[in-house]
Design a binder for this molecule. Structure first.
Ligand code: HEM
Ligand code: HEM
Length: 159
């Protein structure tokens, strides 16, 4: 099992906690639900990383084959889940800007903005990898952007 399963589960719990607090204290919360939807789609795709590292470290052939089959079934959806995550996050950002204005001195808005820029490059790197160049360099870039995305989202939740 990869440590990423645990980290992803913890981030998911944190998101649920923050969203519940947010929803219970506002009368209008569509902006929060949009952020949550984007987050759920992101964490679903990012769990591919946990599955892949588990495959690499799996002790028995049986476990490897089982995980590889599962990951193959999800593969066709990966690109659309990732692209929809970006759409949700952009809608979340637009709803926030409509509510509070584009105030980059607000840490929540600044960190969200940085996370959404990261997400844009992550999704672009995915399409580039799929359509133009699948070499190891782009693969590494795609994974590193996933890691920095994870960190930025955690910082976004902190404020
Ligand atoms: C990858 C990008 C993003 C993700 C995954 C995301 C996710 C979330 C989630 C789940 C929440 C609700 C929980 C909480 O309050 O911590 C939230 C709240 C918030 N987000 Fe984002 N967000 C992203 C991008 C953005 C952007 C681009 C902005 C600003 C332009 C932004 C500004 C905010 C603000 C201000 C709140 C607090 C809402 C309130 O309490 O009224 N976020 N975000
Ligand atoms: C939320 C956004 C995304 C995240 C977190 C994400 C994450 C990942 C991860 C963790 C892997 C496996 C890493 C490895 O090769 O070991 C992967 C593979 C891949 N991703 Fe993404 N990705 C995202 C969006 C996209 C998008 C929009 C595309 C568009 C085509 C894409 C295309 C690919 C391709 C072609 C692979 C390699 C083939 C495969 O394993 O399915 N990704 N991605």
């Amino acid at each position: 099992m990869s440590i990423w399963f645990l980290l992803n589960a913890l981030l998911l719990l944190w998101a649920i906690w923050n969203v519940s607090l947010g929803i219970s204290s506002y009368s209008s919360y569509i902006h929060i639900l949009l952020g949550f939807a984007g987050f759920l789609l992101f964490i679903f795709n990012w769990t591919r990383n946990a599955v892949f590292s588990t495959i690499r470290n799996a002790k028995t052939r049986h476990a490897k084959v089982r995980l590889a089959r599962m990951s193959k079934q999800i593969r066709p959806y990966h690109r659309w889940v990732g692209s929809s995550a970006l759409v949700m996050v952009v809608l979340h950002g637009l709803a926030i800007i409509h509510l509070y204005g584009f105030d980059l001195t607000n840490m929540k808005i600044l960190t969200g903005f940085l996370a959404s820029l990261n997400m844009m490059v992550l999704v672009l790197s995915g399409w580039y990898r799929l359509l133009i160049d699948p070499r190891i360099r782009i693969r590494k870039l795609h994974i590193r952007l996933g890691i920095s995305m994870f960190i930025l989202v955690a910082i976004h939740f902190l404020f």
